[in-house]
Design a protein around this ligand. Structure first.
Ligand SMILES: O=C(C[C@H]1NCCC[C@H]1O)Cn1cnc2c(c1=O)CCCC2
Ligand SMILES: [Mg+2]
Length: 461
């Protein structure tokens, strides 16, 4: 999927990864086009004074910003930043383009790369210094429109994870401390990796309120001729989503790809026998591939002469291909094919006449099974607690913790301080929209004050 690169935190995305990215993009781009998003491309570079414009949005991140200071041998008279995100690149032009309510809503999306010079342990897909994403930036006349779109996009992110990557996620709201500092509120879809017991942010959809409108003077004349400030959202998902899928479904044989994002959904392998009619066998394989492709199923033939069938089985299992079809002399004689599932290893012989129908059923079955299995594993990690001791025990047990919280930032900071360690501190992951009942009198696990809500806590990536 990737090749390591000679700059730390940078990776080469090879076809097996890029094809997955492109399948996700195909779905997401079509969906936002239905919401009237328009494609844009803004420059990679942003000047220092523009980048610094939205103070509290940038100050916490300044070390992560990469700068261009020279061209050839000569210094630039002023350093230029490489975009770590594009709010400050875009919004001076939103200010110029938006005059009247007739210019609203403005709906801008760009598919691009961004650079963040992170220092904590670089990890392929999960944390890299350059990554691919889409960033949506929308502008509305009213808060109601912005609030509605934040959730529409969050639902698309849930679909990316659950319907395509087969990764269960929780929709919720970030705390004031964890939200995007430049915004009004942040919603996110949160995933969880049982093996490491860490939460991971899957995607974010922010309502920016009127903060950036104030900073960049983005105002419009409403129907009554009054001038007022716009309401904005921004939202993104990144190539990190591929890493979450890999960690969620991978097993000791290698990748396990959900069919919806598998570059090859079915690999067809001829199984020649010493004196069998290899030409006929190969012909049957080719027609199986052709029939499947005609039906819109991503099938391929592995007819390489220099590898044994067994070697091929292992290779394609390692690459996570959902279905393998074997065709040998017996299969040929019985006008059937043998199909092997990657997710649970089951083998089934089906008549060649039923090929497309059965493959579709099997692919849908694998997609559903991967999500259900991941959901069960994730749910088994969720534990509700009431006291500090239970919290610490659950944390050490690599659990995803649902805890009653007083919703005070001081307490959040205190929990971070009290759980610091080489595994990283505990933090709030999100306050799930789906709130369990909170009996009156319930107290916060960390402060003992009256609890306001149930929140997910845990260590994270
Ligand atoms: O990027 C965002 C908010 C927003 N940006 C646009 C897409 C949605 C959402 O990610 C937050 N953020 C994260 N990380 C950084 C910055 C930053 O603004 C700016 C400086 C470098 C690091
Ligand atoms: Mg960051």
């Amino acid at each position: 999927m990737i090749e390591y690169y000679d700059i730390s935190g940078c990776y080469i995305l090879r076809p097996w990864a890029m094809e997955i990215w492109e399948l996700l993009k195909e779905f997401f781009d079509a969906e936002i086009k239905k919401l009237k998003l328009k494609p844009y491309y803004f420059p990679l570079f942003v000047t220092e004074n523009v980048l610094q414009k939205e103070k509290d949005h940038i100050e916490g991140f300044a070390p992560e910003v990469a700068w261009v200071t020279k061209s050839g041998k000569s210094d630039l008279e002023a350093p230029i930043a490489i975009r770590p995100t594009s709010e400050t690149v875009m919004y001076p032009y939103f200010s110029k383009w938006i005059r009247s309510h007739r210019d609203l809503p403005l709906k801008c999306n760009q598919w691009c790369n961004v650079v963040r010079w992170e220092f904590s342990n670089p990890t392929p897909f999960i944390r890299s210094r350059e990554f691919l994403w889409q960033e949506g930036h929308t502008v509305f006349a009213t808060k109601e429109e912005a609030d509605e779109e934040v959730l529409q996009i969050l639902e698309l992110y849930r679909r990316i994870y659950e319907e395509f990557l087969a990764v269960p996620v929780s929709k919720g709201r970030k705390s004031e401390m964890e939200k995007f500092a430049g915004g009004l509120y942040t919603t996110s879809v949160e995933a969880f990796i049982p093996n490491t017991g860490r939460g991971i942010q899957g995607a974010t959809s922010h309502c920016l309120g009127q903060n950036f409108a104030k900073m960049f003077d983005i105002t419009f004349e409403n129907e009554k001729g009054e001038r007022s400030m716009v309401w904005q959202n921004s939202w993104a998902y990144t190539t990190r989503s591929i890493g979450v899928m890999i960690m969620t479904h991978g097993d000791d044989k290698g990748l396990v790809l959900p069919p919806k994002v598998a570059p090859i959904q079915v690999i067809v392998i001829p199984v020649p026998f010493k004196d069998a009619d290899t030409t006929a066998i190969k012909g049957a394989c080719e027609s199986a591939v052709y029939t499947l492709n005609e039906a819109g199923i991503r099938a391929d033939l592995d007819a390489r002469e220099n590898y044994s069938p067994g070697w091929k089985y292992s290779q394609w299992e390692m690459k996570g291909v959902p279905l393998r079809i074997e065709i040998g002399p017996k299969d040929l004689a019985n006008k059937q094919v043998r199909i092997v599932r990657r997710d649970n290893g089951t083998k089934v012989d089906i008549p060649s006449t039923d090929l497309v129908e059965q493959v579709r059923v099997l692919l849908d079955g694998i997609q559903a099974n991967l999500l259900e299995t991941a959901k069960a594993k994730r749910d088994a990690c969720i534990v509700s607690i009431s006291t500090w001791d239970e919290f610490i025990a659950a944390l050490n047990d690599k659990k995803l913790i649902l805890a009653p919280w007083c919703d005070e930032e001081e307490v959040e900071k205190d929990v971070k301080a009290r759980t610091k360690g080489e595994l990283g501190a505990a933090k709030t992951l999100c306050t799930p929209f789906d709130q369990p009942d909170l009996p009156s009198g319930t107290v916060c696990f960390a402060s003992g004050k009256p609890a306001q809500k149930w929140s997910f806590w845990g260590r994270s990536y």
